[in-house]
Ligand binder design. Structure first.
Ligand SMILES: [Zn+2]
Length: 240
């Protein structure tokens, strides 16, 4: 298909997605709580580590900008009594199979694989659960499904992190589809857009580097739409 007719055919849909994105509403924290129990709220943050924020070949200024709103969300949630917060994090061996798709990154023992400094500075950081992973899927990370299953009181999962179309999508879909498969009717998966982003790799830059391009705005939008389509609640932000 030629580009002009392709764009013309898809234009109403793209306009619809942009209007939908522009109309996303904030959600007050208390709206996350189910059964009058703050322990019904849990948070999973994926890949908010130095190697995607500030250091190394896959770090991105767009992704770095979500650190502050996530830190604020953690603080708000902790002050409200949330205690189930997990950080799933790329922690690759030196010969990771995934390096066939992405430049070597976030190797165990390097700065890139470290949790961002802003999280480490939180007074309750040592009470968060860090779960290493070796693929873009948190669901496949050893121990993650057990961590989720051990918390049946959590009925609202808040998903934050990067990248929208990669690990965040995999994580949100995993939690949503697990609840669907297990007939857990009350389970909600909520994604605040201000705590999620993806990296940008313009076509021209990608050509010189010999890697696939990656349009951040386009893929961010399409994957937010895809998660909404599948029952993930997309909100602009979570407010006090
Ligand atoms: Zn990785």
């Amino acid at each position: 298909m030629q580009i002009e007719p392709f764009i013309a055919q898809s234009k109403p849909f793209i306009e619809w997605m942009l209007e939908w994105q522009a109309g996303l509403k904030p959600l007050p924290f208390e709206s996350l709580i189910q059964n009058n129990d703050v322990q019904s709220v849990g948070i999973v943050s994926v890949d908010v580590i130095e190697g995607f924020c500030s250091v190394g070949p896959l770090s991105s200024p767009r992704v770095n900008r979500i650190v502050e709103p996530i830190t604020k969300l953690f603080t708000l949630a902790w002050e409200c009594g949330v205690r189930d917060i997990a950080l799933t994090q790329d922690t690759h061996p030196e010969d990771a199979v995934e390096f066939a798709q992405y430049a070597p990154h976030c190797i165990r023992g390097t700065v890139e694989s470290e949790t961002v400094a802003a999280f480490k500075a939180l007074p309750f950081f040592d009470q968060l659960t860090v779960i290493p992973k070796n693929s873009i899927s948190s669901g496949l990370a050893p121990g993650f499904q057990e961590w989720v299953s051990a918390r049946p009181q959590v009925q609202t999962w808040v998903v934050v992190g990067d990248c929208t179309d990669l690990c965040t999508h995999q994580l949100a879909m995993y939690l949503r589809l697990l609840a669907n498969q297990q007939q857990q009717r009350g389970v909600r998966v909520v994604l605040p857009v201000n705590t999620v982003d993806t990296y940008d790799m313009p076509v021209e830059t990608a050509k010189t580097l010999g890697i696939p391009p990656h349009d951040a705005e386009f893929l961010h939008l399409v994957f937010l739409y895809n998660m909404m389509l599948n029952g993930v609640e997309i909100v602009s932000e979570i407010t006090p």
